[in-house]
Design a protein around this ligand. Structure first.
Ligand code: ACM
Length: 271
């Protein structure tokens, strides 16, 4: 059975959440019956020098305005949405992603591996978990990781050990390596990966960054099912088949059997 999945690749307006809400609403209004992944920090932009610069633009989860907007869109158009957002929690900021289904807020993930100046702004997350999803007649476990988490194979491996069939991966990539690595993250874990990156350029008082686009959707056979350029903007969708995930490498190698030792090492009894 097919599942429609996609990415929204766009250029968030720096420090302007209201404008970004409008852009996101316009694009997602076109979508129906689809799992859509949006980039990291897609309401605020990315390049912040310290916590105070971002604090007033960050939102609480699940009671903030962006979760409300996404929940309405999700319900109206039957969408499962994963989107990156700056989360405010007491005095801390987290680089988070929310998961929203037509029945409401499902959960959030807080980025563990902070990149570059994010270390001056955010506290790291400490939890890797999967979300139980019922969507478009299918049941599956969804994993979420954020941008630089790709560089640490442990994150996708733990998601796999916890049963993920799809990893949603909001990103703000600036280095060229991730689009090359994602087919391997998908292959070594036998799942689908959906990396939604942003495009454009940002300048702070002290620094500047250019984002590489190239959002990719990868199959468990290390294929690119979708690969965008560094300039394309918009909502792009394809169909995947979750039943086609095959754990066999050869007839003697079943990934689940071969990973069983890791479950013991990591004390993961419930997978
Ligand atoms: C990144 O983690 N935003 C490169």
């Amino acid at each position: 059975m097919k599942l429609k999945v996609g990415v929204l690749q766009f250029n968030p307006v720096y420090k302007n959440p209201e404008r970004n809400y409008q852009v996101i609403e316009n694009y997602l209004s076109e979508a129906r019956d689809c799992l859509i992944v949006l980039p990291e920090l897609c309401t605020t932009g990315y390049l912040f020098e310290d916590k105070s610069e971002l604090f007033d633009l960050a939102e609480t989860i699940p009671n903030g305005k962006f979760v409300e907007i996404l929940s309405n869109l999700s319900k109206r158009n039957n969408l499962l949405i994963v989107a990156g957002i700056a989360e405010k929690y007491n005095e801390e900021l987290y680089n988070s992603a929310v998961v929203i289904s037509p029945s409401g807020f499902v959960g959030k993930y807080r980025k563990i591996n902070l990149f570059y100046k994010e270390k001056f702004v955010f506290s790291p997350g400490n939890l890797i978990e999967t979300f139980d999803i019922e969507f478009c007649g299918q049941s599956f476990k969804l994993g979420v990781m954020i941008c630089f988490d790709w560089f640490f194979p442990e994150v996708s491996r733990v998601l796999r050990l916890k049963g993920a069939k799809i990893i949603a991966h909001p990103a703000n990539l600036v280095l060229p390596y991730c689009p090359l690595a994602m087919p391997i993250r998908a292959l070594e874990n036998k799942l689908y990966t959906i990396t939604a990156n942003r495009i454009g350029h940002e300048q702070s008082d002290k620094d500047q960054l250019t984002f590489i686009g190239q959002s990719v959707i990868c199959s468990p056979k290390a294929e690119y099912l979708l690969k965008l350029s560094d300039k394309q903007e918009g909502l792009f969708t394809i169909d995947i088949d979750l039943e086609k995930i095959d754990n066999q490498i050869t007839k003697f190698n079943n990934l689940d059997d071969d990973l069983s030792f890791l479950r013991e090492v990591l004390c993961m009894s419930s997978m």
